[in-house]
Design a binder for this molecule. Structure first.
Ligand SMILES: *Cc1c(COP(=O)(O)O)cnc(C)c1O
Length: 380
């Protein structure tokens, strides 16, 4: 099946009891058993629920994997992967990460004796320098958040395989419409479903997609034991959201392209971070591993301090100043004080997250209104 058909149908059949075309919201915690152990595949909703199961099949289909697991947030999905590790294990990860990922690595799992290496992976071969006998996992995010670096997934996967190290890719920014890490050699694909997959800024959810049966069983054990699984209502909302993923992504990419071009020549704008530019340091890798460049763009306000940057960020009418991304509505975010506030100033500035950096999640509104809004805000 092609992507658009999977987005609408994968994992979903008319409901056998009523013929309902849309998967019902099975709002139940438990399931009747005819005699102990004799049930229809569902026992207790922490582990299994029919609405969630339909969603998990759909998520797996979108990433071309065998298995999908939905979690109550992106961070819960990340946490489940980290719980595969033991004290003494080492993880290699990027130096420009979602702030919450950096926080859970350094403030939660480092305490349990897991060691993290934060490495600039714009040259993927740097991974090799950090691999030793204790290395168990490589965790990457591409495009990175918020400076839109591109990491060569296939190149990192080759090094991971040669060293028998697991590779997990946070594919939130690209969405499965633009990039499929499993097909490039990743063992685990992670999503903050909250973003493009949900698409309407009304659900918080995460997911893992993978092929290996043994790894799936280990992750399912963690999922069911720890219990950070989403309820049926949220699962339904995401199933519904995904039905337009391909349509939304096309519009995000078109609007993103127009806005990146606009910012590039604007006199009040310094740097613009968007992988679609030919002079982006890893543009060729982006072209190779992504189908288009998405709706995430970061830029700096030229010669601005915190005060002026705040003024610009607060003066939009169509873009809303808010955390998060990937919804139909356009958002603007100030990473240094919002999404990336938990990263020490010096560390984040090294990664380019300066006080005058703003990040856009370009929505699917009319492009003329978005451009006018930017033009007005940048006049300040
Ligand atoms: C939002 C986000 C997360 C965390 O997901 P939640 O659903 O907010 O828990 C992880 N990675 C990236 C890239 C994100 O944007």
């Amino acid at each position: 099946m092609k992507f658009a058909t999977k987005a609408i149908h994968a994992g979903q059949e008319p409901d056998p009891s009523t013929g309902a075309v849309m998967t019902p919201i099975y709002q139940t915690s438990t399931y009747w058993q005819k005699s102990p152990g004799e049930h229809q595949g569902f026992e207790y909703s922490r582990g299994t629920n029919p609405t969630r199961r339909a969603l998990e099949s759909c998520l797996a289909a979108l990433e071309n994997t065998t298995y999908g697991l939905a979690f109550s947030s992106g961070m819960a999905a990340t946490e489940a992967v980290m719980k595969l590790l033991r004290a003494g294990d080492e993880v290699i990860t990027g130096n420009d990460l979602y702030g919450g990922s950096y926080r859970i690595f350094t403030k939660i799992f480092a305490q349990y004796g897991i060691k993290f290496h934060f490495v600039d992976l714009s040259d993927p071969h740097r991974v090799q320098d950090y691999i030793n006998d204790n290395t168990k996992l490589i965790w990457i995010e591409t495009p990175t958040n918020p400076t839109m670096q591109i990491i060569d997934i296939a190149a990192v996967a080759a090094i991971a395989k040669a060293n028998k190290v697991l590779l997990a890719v946070d594919n939130t920014f690209a969405s499965p419409y633009l990039q499929n890490p499993k097909d490039l050699g990743a063992d685990i694909v992670m999503h903050s479903v909250t973003k493009y997959l949900g698409g309407h800024s009304d659900v918080v959810m995460g997911a893992l997609m993978l092929d290996d049966e043994d790894l799936y069983k280990r992750l399912w054990f963690i999922y069911n034991s720890c219990g950070a699984t989403p309820g049926p209502m949220d699962s339904f909302l995401v199933l519904r959201g995904i039905k337009t993923l391909h349509l939304r992504m096309k519009a995000h990419c078109e609007n993103g392209r127009r806005i990146a071009q606009f910012l590039k020549t604007h006199p009040q704008v310094g740097k613009v971070y968007w992988p679609g530019f030919e002079n982006h340091p890893n543009h060729e890798v982006a072209k190779k591993q992504m189908r288009d460049f998405g709706g995430m763009i970061s830029f700096t306000v030229k010669d601005a301090g915190l005060e002026k940057t705040f003024k610009v960020a607060s003066s939009f009418k169509v873009f809303s100043l808010a955390e998060s991304l990937g919804g139909v509505e356009s958002l603007i975010n100030h990473p240094a004080t919002m999404t990336h506030a938990s990263i020490p100033k010096e560390t984040r500035e090294q990664a380019g997250v300066t006080d005058n950096l703003l990040r856009l999640s370009v929505g699917v509104e009319d492009i003329d209104d978005l451009l006018e809004d930017l033009e007005t805000a940048l006049k300040l």
